[in-house]
Design a protein around this ligand. Structure first.
Ligand SMILES: O=P(O)(O)OC[C@H]1O[C@H](O)[C@H](O)[C@@H](O)[C@@H]1O
Length: 286
């Protein structure tokens, strides 16, 4: 690695690759057979200070506003280390590992010794994220975490999200009121900012009408909450790193551990996974 290396690329060939910016370990592209499946704003800022607006930023150790530091924590604005450069398995899958550990900056905000390990594996039609938190301290700590996935969509009004029915959600647009989801398929036609709580340990959401007509199966383990977010018109205009009309082109469905903090004892490891699978357009009616 040279000191200027800014990203890693997991390349399977066949116009299928994943690019990850070391700033925040932000996955900034998943190109599948030539179709970009993630959204990154045209106004995203790459100054190695601000979080990158789009892709899959890593939220840790705090989801949302934080008394001790910036909103969504420091992981998305820290420079991660390449633990294992991308390498290809005999079956063609490509994997890499990024890591982040406590340093002077992180300890000023959150005074714990920790290590994050982020194993990324690009398979033929799926992308696997395995997120580990290791408590290297001699005391317990608590955190929340989330993989803040922005899907790229041609028109968010046409997308449907399944796997939410009957879950309780905190509606951040309605001052944090709680509701039970009645719909089998959730659609977006206004500002939506909801934390759906406590899905089963292994769970799947289908997100239809993603770029290229693909339906994405989002499968997760040990990330029991799912955030659904679209800023819609007014909030889009208020964001300096987001185009006024880009709210139509993105949909965030975010797997994480956020409705309650996860407490990790000294020496223990938390592991959560998210797998995104690109299903052919013909499955989009699922
Ligand atoms: O603007 P950011 O700090 O990147 O946050 C973007 C969004 O992230 C999550 O989806 C939260 O639920 C939203 O409340 C927040 O607006």
């Amino acid at each position: 690695m040279t000191s200027t290396q800014q990203e890693i690329v997991l390349d399977r060939g066949n116009d299928t690759n994943v690019r990850v910016n070391l700033h925040g370990a932000t996955v900034v592209s998943w190109l599948y057979l030539g179709t970009e499946l993630l959204f990154v704003s045209e106004k995203a800022v790459y100054d190695n200070k601000k979080a990158i607006r789009g892709g899959i930023p890593v939220v840790f150790p705090n989801f949302g506003p934080w008394d001790l530091g910036p909103q969504h924590g420091f992981a998305r604005t820290s420079t991660w280390t390449i633990e294992e450069q991308p390498s290809k398995l005999p079956n063609g899958d490509v994997w890499a590992v990024l890591s982040l550990e406590d340093n002077e900056q992180t300890r000023k905000q959150w005074n714990f010794k920790f290590q994050l390990k982020y194993l990324l594996t690009l398979k033929e039609n799926s992308f696997h994220m395995d997120f580990k938190v290791i408590n290297c301290d001699d005391k317990s700590f608590s955190f929340t975490c989330l993989l803040h996935t922005y899907f790229g969509v041609p028109d968010v009004r046409k997308c449907k999200i399944s796997g939410l029915q009957e879950l309780t959600y905190v509606d951040k647009v309605a001052s944090g009121e709680r509701f039970s989801e009645a719909k089998e398929q959730v659609t977006i036609s206004e500002n939506v900012d909801r934390v759906y709580e406590k899905t089963p340990a292994y769970w799947e959401h289908l997100v239809t009408a993603v770029n290229g007509g693909y339906c994405i199966s989002l499968q997760k383990h040990n990330m029991p909450d799912t955030v659904v977010w679209n800023p819609w018109i007014e909030k889009a205009k208020a964001m300096t790193d987001f185009g006024d009309d880009e709210y139509l082109k993105m949909l965030c469905v975010e797997a994480g551990y956020v409705s309650e903090p996860f407490t990790l004892k000294a020496g223990e490891i938390y592991e959560g996974t998210q797998v995104l699978i690109a299903l052919p357009a013909s499955d989009s009616s699922l």
